[in-house]
Design a protein. Sequence first.
Lengths: 86, 587
Amino acid sequence: MSEQTQRNQYWQANLKIMAVCLSVWFIASFGLGILFAGPLNGIQLFGFPLGFWFAQQGSIYTFLILIFYYAWRMNRLDREFDVHEE
Amino acid sequence: MELQTLTFIVVGFTFVIYIGIAVWSRAKSTGDFYVAGKGVHPVANGMATAADWMSAASFISMAGLIAFLGYDGSVYLMGWTGGYVLLALLLAPYLRKYGKFTVPSFIGDRYYSSAARIVAVICLIFISFTYVAGQMRGVGIVFSRFLEVDILTGLIIGMGIVFFYAVLGGMKGITYTQVAQYCVLIFAYTVPAIFISIQLTGHVLPQTGLGGQVTGESVYLLDKLNTVIQDLGFGEYTDGSKSMIDMFAITLALMVGTAGLPHVIVRFFTVPKVSDARKSAGWALLFIALLYTTAPAVGAMARLNLIDTIQPGAVATAPNLAYDERPDWFRTWEDTGLLSFEDKNGDGRIQYYNDTNPEFTPIAESRGWNGNELDVDRDIMVLANPEIANLPDWVIALVAAGGVAAALSTAAGLLLVISAAVSHDLVKSVIAPNISDKAELMVGRLAAAVAILIAGYLGYNPPGFVAQVVAFAFGLAAASLFPAIIMGIFSKRINREGAIAGMLTGLIFTFGYIIYFKGVFIQPLAENTPENWLFGISPEGIGVVGMLINFGVAFIVSRLTSAPPEHIQELIEDIRVPRGAGHAHSH
């Protein structure tokens, strides 16, 4: 495998991981926190209406997990494709 | 000891720490000055980013904003945190790999054009100055409120401190000072919040206290708040009044704007490796989330506390609080003018309700209420919190130190990107390319000093638009810098012509729309109401449309003109892989 095709495959793999993470990012905030907040508010999580919880708490926790997941996943990918830093 | 003496000691002590750090970490080269020699540990960088990011507005105003907006306030919570996902995934690692000092230098190199670089410098300076003016104002207000010196004196002390460590220490000094400032501000924010949460709900964590039951009653805090504010004619706390498209647009504009703010982006240039840049965004968000998940709890609890004070029993059955029996904290904050009472119906008691709700007017009249009598500044929700909860004086002093830390850390970060843009992107790259490293460092320090003076002036004589700067800074960052950087990384086809045309149209459209409704230098041309807005999107959220226009124009113009040259294609290939980041910064 030439270095060029290897790099292209690395980039494609990266884009795929990125797309998955961004979908989760979108669903947790814009989806559950805004678009479906109305219906979700009918569900109670302890003292929180669920849509309200996603908008003021849940989305932030999701963002946090996403970034650390991406950092971890990309470190693995860097090694798989041998493009990691020395 | 008197509260004021204690406050002086606590704030003075933090200043000694900041100056000590600045002397210890002073910059010796332009690399130190611009990006702290690229040797900052990702966790330390995360803390510094958090302090850099969380301004006087986050510390003082945000919880109060949420307290009065309820669910609608979520746009700030999601908007100002979600941007870090974009930073970590789309920007930080690639810009770190590219390995230079400033945002305009990336745009200038990627689009092989001094014109693009200069457009980026103009965007950067405009964004950063509007933002910094608000910070200096915040410094002045905190000083005058807690230390009872006048705003000008407060401002001069603040400018002096920032001058000392930003000019001397550059990015290196700022970074380590910000780490200390973060510790001060997060401690000052969470301690009163924890106490209030325990008092109100028995939960140690405010984050769970928000969903907990009120102590001694078997009712959830949010349910109680919903009931009591609806009884006073306000809308339900956990439900919004903004239209869905506007919620959507504002949240997205704040997220994208966050990811496009130069003083945030540049923080990721300071870490040693590409993998550190990804991780560091996570640490930054973790440190930010500590405050941002506490803020909604502070907001809701403070609102409930306020109403409970004024309405000791159920609404309209038990009598309201008599003005003569008001608590001490009420008197203290009346003196500052942030809280004021006007006895409109002459009964000597305080009525607080929503008198702008026409459906509620007959109910209020039947109770003998003659208009809302209590005027509450939303900033009070954080500032008066420790007093409302009867916390010891040292906690109040700490809140003052926290407010100053939040304002100073953000101001310093902004001043640094301004000075770097001037000395590196204008002087070194365009005006005098042969300047030595030492002379460039000198120019950088000089630019920082001038920027501080201008910021101080703007803080003292705020041009009418300081209140609207948030919409401006985020909207412009979203519509100009963010798309140019993203396209520079993810497309090999976008060329010089496309990027410049995109940035300019995005910038002019957003600028024009905000001026049209908010009227910054001129009278607003139309009333700022939902009926007049384009697609129902408010000026706060219009940066999203500006961003889409930027992408669209850049794409079309690039199609019609020739592709970027070979060496640019190679540059893009190179920044997409992490390996070799250590060698990338040859100048």
